[in-house]
Design a protein around this ligand. Structure first.
Ligand code: TTP
Ligand code: MG
Ligand code: MG
Length: 384
């Protein structure tokens, strides 16, 4: 089905909020994350503003490394309460722009804008959604089709700036995949948007007939789902660009990467049927814990892990969610990081099952790898 999807993501979110609250930080490198403790700190960077990124600092980097790269940066603790409040305010603004809204993280959301399509009036599904509110008034206000979507996107950015004094980036395309990549490419931190030649100004529209030309020159790691490990395997056989990835058959990709390989085949061609789904507002929840010292002491490890299981479970109950997938993260000495997951047949919320499955996963790490452990994490996803 022909659709128009918008993706919006706030720029350097946590640090931009800190800059807003502390105008004296403007123009200086700012890092939000764990305490660097003069270079001895053991946690990671949550995010860095663009000035700090010039030094090579980015999300998930060890805070000690960030300190080494730029000791004069302003290092701030994570003020989650503030960021959450700002996030709520922003989401309230975003969801006014379409009846079909999905929040994917604190600073990111999708809107289905298909009601702007000239033929939308005739579509029964859309009619139903539109009935309750006068979404079709948006057509005379913004214009229709992709042009209308671009105008709506600009207006959305402007309203967030006016009310929250924060910049954001918008991507628009025929599906979630293209909208997300478009937003990534339009980020003001990218100096040049190589495929279009346009200067990224925080909004990029990719129409259906532009998808192929937009995707093919991009790097394989620009494709959501292809991380450094997958990319390494592909680069080993000479595949670096999406255009090159398209030479591999579905069977070959499945052979190399299992079922997800098939999605790479679709994605390389800009195909993504996933709906903007209002129900799954939070897709995952979890926690991480970095030990004061790398350890193999089962008492320390499991005491922290059980505490984490309890807290994450309580968070789920509070939000009235059940889960299907349990993921355990283990970071060993030297920052080597591994994850293990278990997906259940049906969504549940039972504490005992969670505890049993999560501990089984962690135990596997301990059995398979003799190294000291630096960090453990627990994540629950496929939330309902
Ligand atoms: P992102 O949207 O990934 O990053 P960002 O908003 O900081 O920068 P960009 O302009 O590139 O979008 O993440 C949103 C926030 O989520 C980020 O400000 C901090 C938090 N976060 C973490 O705490 N840890 C992480 O590893 C990542 C990726 C994000
Ligand atoms: Mg962001
Ligand atoms: Mg984001």
């Amino acid at each position: 089905m022909y659709r128009i999807i918008l993706h919006i993501d706030m720029d350097y979110f946590f640090t931009q909020i800190e800059e807003r609250e502390n105008p004296q930080f403007k123009g200086k490198p700012v890092v939000v994350g764990a305490d660097p403790k003069g270079g001895e700190g053991r946690g990671v960077v949550s995010t860095a503003n663009y000035k700090a990124r010039e030094y090579g600092i980015h999300s998930a980097l060890p805070i000690s490394k960030a300190y080494e790269l730029c000791p004069k940066a302003i290092f701030l603790p994570v003020n989650m309460e503030l960021y959450q409040k700002v996030s709520e305010n922003i989401m309230e603004i975003i969801k006014k722009y379409s009846p079909i809204f999905e929040q994917v993280s604190l600073d990111e959301a999708y809107l289905d804008l298909s009601f702007l399509l000239p033929e939308a009036k005739n579509k029964i599904i859309l009619k139903d959604i539109i009935k309750s509110r006068s979404w079709l008034n948006y057509v005379p206000r913004f214009g229709d089709g992709y042009k209308g979507a671009a105008n709506l996107g600009q207006e959305l950015k402007r309203e967030i700036m006016e009310k929250e004094k924060l910049t954001s980036t918008v991507g628009i395309g025929p599906n979630k995949l293209i909208a997300k990549i478009a937003a990534e490419k339009a980020k003001p931190r990218n100096e040049l948007c190589s495929t279009t030649g346009a200067k990224p100004d925080g909004l990029l529209v990719i129409q259906p007939n532009q998808v192929k030309k937009f995707l093919e020159p991009l790097d394989i790691e620009d494709l959501p789902g292809i991380g450094p490990k997958t990319a390494e395997k592909l680069r080993a056989i000479g595949i670096n660009k999406i255009k090159e990835l398209k030479k591999l058959s579905k069977a070959k990709l499945k052979n190399m990467f299992g079922v997800v390989g098939e999605t790479f085949y679709e994605r390389a061609r800009g195909i993504d049927e996933e709906e903007v789904s209002p129900e799954e507002i939070i897709k995952s929840t979890g926690q991480e814990h970095t030990f004061e010292k790398d350890t193999r002491d089962p008492e320390i490890i499991f005491e922290n892990f059980e505490k984490m299981i309890k807290e994450v479970h309580q968070e789920l109950l509070k939000n009235n969610f059940s889960f299907r997938t349990i993921t355990v993260v283990c970071r060993f000495q030297g920052f080597e990081t591994h994850t293990k997951s278990k997906t259940l047949n049906i969504p549940i919320r039972d504490f005992e099952i969670l505890k049993k499955e999560a501990k089984k996963l962690l135990l596997k790490f301990l059995v398979e790898n003799p190294k000291l452990i630096r960090l453990i994490g627990l994540k629950m996803s496929s939330l309902k």
